[in-house]
Design a protein. Structure first.
Length: 69
């Protein structure tokens, strides 16, 4: 199955993060980098990478809950 690409608006909706926050996290190495899809100004994120980032956030939360208990 082909990878689905998500444009910025879809990534913002999926994560609840704003544009500035996303690009700050990318610069810090804490969020997946976009892929150039058409020319220098058109980019998108592989959906699988966004889903994995979300899963890691949930796992971090659950690990912190386990340590607090």
């Amino acid at each position: 199955m082909a990878e689905k690409f998500l444009r910025l608006a879809a990534v913002m909706a999926a994560t609840g993060l704003g544009r500035s926050t996303l690009y700050r996290l990318i610069a810090q190495g804490d969020f997946p980098r976009p892929v150039k899809i058409l020319g220098p100004r058109c980019c998108a994120w592989p959906e699988s990478e966004i889903v994995e980032w979300q899963r890691l956030r949930i796992a971090e939360r659950d690990a912190a809950d386990d340590r607090a208990a």
